[in-house]
Design a binder for this molecule. Structure first.
Ligand code: DQA
Length: 143
């Protein structure tokens, strides 16, 4: 079993970026904790972050047949990207959408997601714990 974790634009800025919203965790912290949990759950895990929509689409396409499930925080592309939604649909691996902040408690433009509808579920507002729960849940779903 192999899980792909995709983080979208500006997630590489965690730790510096708006700490009052995102806290002080960094992307490296998230990947480290997910790596430890993956070991515990005996699953392989791969990490990918990009600030470019097309690179995220390419990565999802390239994962076809190579990965069992996807954890994705599309970041701002959540609210704009039909292309990322279509790529997730095309690959059809069970996916879980994660947001660090509670997008529904923020600006209205963050209340809609193009990607959540093609995911098994969405986790929003629980910081790093959202990623960890997503990993446990995906491993359970994949059996
Ligand atoms: C985010 C929420 C998005 O609205 C925002 O554009 C991000 C991060 C989150 O994890 O809370 O970049 O996906």
């Amino acid at each position: 079993m192999k899980i792909l974790v995709i983080n979208g634009p500006n997630i590489n800025m965690l730790g510096v970026r708006e700490p009052e919203i995102y806290g002080n965790i960094t992307l490296a912290d998230i990947e480290k904790e997910l790596g430890s949990l993956a070991k515990e759950l005996k699953t392989d895990i791969e990490f990918f972050q990009s600030n470019y929509e097309g690179e995220i689409v390419d990565k999802i396409q390239q994962s076809l047949g190579k990965i069992s499930g996807i954890i994705i925080n599309p970041a701002a592309y959540t609210h704009t990207s039909i292309a990322i939604r279509d790529a997730l649909s095309a690959v059809a691996a069970p996916s879980i959408e994660v947001h660090i902040s509670n997008v529904y408690a923020r600006e209205e433009f963050r209340h809609s997601s193009f990607t959540a509808g093609v995911c098994v579920g969405q986790i929003t507002g629980f910081g790093i714990d959202g990623y960890l729960f997503a990993l446990r849940k995906l491993v359970k779903i994949l059996g």
